[in-house]
Write a protein that binds this ligand. Sequence first.
Ligand code: CA2
Length: 146
Amino acid sequence: MSKTVHVLNGPNLNLLGQREPAIYGHQTLADVEALCRATSEARGLNLIFRQTNREYEMVDWLQEARTSAGIVINPAGFSYHSVPILDALKMCACPIVEVHISNIHRREADWRADTIMTTATTGIISGLGTKGYALAIEFIADQVGA
Ligand code: CA2
């Protein structure tokens, strides 16, 4: 059984911490990676942590991750329209946790709640800030008995 967890981040999350702190907090993506690394190490899991602004790259990474211990994905703006990413998620054999830093059901625009990814994920964490990433990794560790 693979002991690698993939944490994949979608468009614009490379700028996390640089705008809208009232919604997304002050932590940067480097801070999120450090949190994910500490959580994975504590549970004996290897971590691959990535961010992309390119849809095709996310599809490639999901195909790479499909037989891993699990996937944590914040699809960001891809959440609302990307059929290629949805199809790639459906091909994954491992547990998948969709994470959103903000509570997408409490946002100013109703459409933000309408992620199409959730039909292909094991579950979703939304609104718990960057801690959601750590909780998602803990869930995957439990699933693989790590
Ligand atoms: O709450 C989340 O994690 C989101 O997935 C973030 C997406 C947004 O489109 C979703 O509705 C909810 C947006 C990410 C934009 O990246 C940022 C860049 C700089 C500062 C804050 C966010």
